[in-house]
Design a protein around this ligand. Structure first.
Ligand code: NYM
Length: 212
C-alpha cells in the first residue's frame, strides 16, 4: 500500500436524496482507491446487519411502527455501535467510504417536523467526516429515475422536505456534485476530490468530532 505507518485513513461520506446515485458511486469509488493501493472499505448506514439495524430495517419496510423520535434514536444508535470500529479502522490507515451518515439522520427526521437541534444532539461525539460529498439532484428528477421502492420516505413530497433540510445542514466544506450528470462524469469529479482528501489525511490531518 501507499500508507506510511503513522498515516490515517479518510472518513468520506456520501449524502443525498433517495435515487441520487450515492450507492452506485460509492461502489465505483471503492475499486478506484483500492487500485491505487489504498486500504479502503465501503460502509453504509443504516447498517442493517446488527440487531438495531434489523429494527430499523423492519421499520423502513413497514413491518413495524415506531414513534418518530424512537426511530431517530435507533438510527443514531446504529452509528454509535459502529463508532469504535470506525476509529480503529481510520487510525489503522483504512479509508472508509460511507453511504449516508448523521446528515441523513437529521435531514430525514427533521423533514417529519422534529426540531433540528434535537435531531443533532445524539450525533454529538461521533467522528466527523473528513469530506461530505453531496450528490445534488432535484427531487422531481430523482423521482423520474424510478426505482423508488415501497420503503418509508420514498415519496416525492417527503423527498422535497428532506432536500430543504439538507440545505440547512450543508456548510461551505461540503462538495456539491451535480448528480444529474452522467454516471461517468459524476464518477470523474468524485475521484479527483476524494483522492485529494485521502492524501491530506495521510499527511496527518487530525480526526475531529461532530458537530464541528
Ligand atoms: N435514513 C437513513 C434515515 O432516515 N436516517 C438515517 O440516519 C439514515 C442513515 O433510511 N430513505 C433513511 C434514508 C433512506 C432510508 O437508507 C434507508 P438506504 O440508503 O436506502 O439504505
Amino acid at each position: 500500500g501507499v500508507n506510511n505507518n503513522d498515516s490515517r485513513g479518510a472518513l468520506i461520506v456520501l449524502e443525498g436524496l433517495d435515487r441520487c446515485g450515492k450507492t452506485s458511486q460509492s461502489s465505483r469509488l471503492f475499486p478506484y482507491l483500492e487500485g491505487l493501493g489504498h486500504s479502503v472499505e465501503l460502509w453504509r448506514f443504516p447498517d442493517r446487519s446488527t440487531s438495531v439495524g434489523k429494527m430499523i430495517s423492519a421499520y423502513l419496510s413497514n413491518q413495524s411502527q415506531l414513534d418518530d423520535h424512537t426511530i431517530h434514536l435507533l438510527f443514531s444508535a446504529n452509528r454509535w455501535e459502529k463508532r469504535s470500529m470506525m476509529e480503529t479502522k481510520l487510525k489503522a490507515g483504512t479509508t472508509l467510504i460511507v453511504d449516508r451518515y448523521s446528515y441523513s439522520g437529521v435531514a430525514f427526521s427533521s423533514a417529519k417536523g422534529i426540531d433540528v437541534e434535537w435531531c443533532k444532539a445524539p450525533e454529538i461525539g461521533l467522528l466527523a467526516p473528513d469530506l461530505v460529498l453531496y450528490l445534488d439532484i432535484p427531487p422531481e428528477k430523482a423521482a423520474e429515475r424510478g426505482g423508488y421502492g415501497s420503503e418509508r420516505y420514498e415519496h416525492l413530497d417527503f423527498q422535497r422536505k428532506v432536500a430543504q433540510y439538507y440545505q440547512i445542514l450543508r456548510d461551505s466544506s461540503w462538495k456539491i456534485i451535480d448528480a444529474c450528470q452522467s454516471i461517468e462524469e459524476v464518477e470523474k469529479q468524485l475521484r479527483e476530490i476524494v483522492l485529494d482528501h485521502v492524501i491530506t489525511c495521510h499527511k496527518g490531518k487530525p480526526l475531529s468530532l461532530l458537530w464541528s
